[in-house]
Design a protein around this ligand. Structure first.
Ligand SMILES: [Zn+2]
Length: 117
């Protein structure tokens, strides 16, 4: 499993086509659209209904890890007080929500379908 192709959102089988299409990928509060299948190898990105339910747990783990990292950075290193730290964390998590959405689905599909290089 190549971490680079995972982070760039490439197909887990052939690693040449993107899982998400380009439209609105990084726009706030707009759900990124997945391509139905890989144009190169025909791998179906959109699996059966409910397949990406588990990506919610990956997303939760990502958000907790990011919140802890932000807390350490803001409160411990930059000496923000608790209220300012809390507000900053909520703001930062909201701003990177679209990225987390994409990343959690990519991690989820790679957990089950990634092929070794
Ligand atoms: Zn492919």
């Amino acid at each position: 499993m190549s971490i680079v192709s995972m982070l760039t959102g490439k197909c887990p089988k052939c690693k040449s086509e993107k899982i998400f299409n380009k439209q609105g990928n990084l726009l706030l509060f707009r759900i990124p659209k997945m391509n139905a299948k890989c144009e190169n190898c025909g791998f179906l990105f959109l699996k059966e209904a409910g397949f990406f339910f588990g990506a919610m747990f990956v997303s939760y783990a990502l958000i907790v890890a990011q919140a802890v990292a932000f807390f350490v950075m803001l409160h411990v290193f930059l000496d923000f007080n608790y209220v300012l730290t809390f507000i900053s964390i909520i703001l930062l998590i909201t701003l990177i929500g679209t990225i987390n959405y994409r990343l959690s689905r990519i991690i989820w599909i790679y957990l089950f379908y990634a092929e070794d290089d």
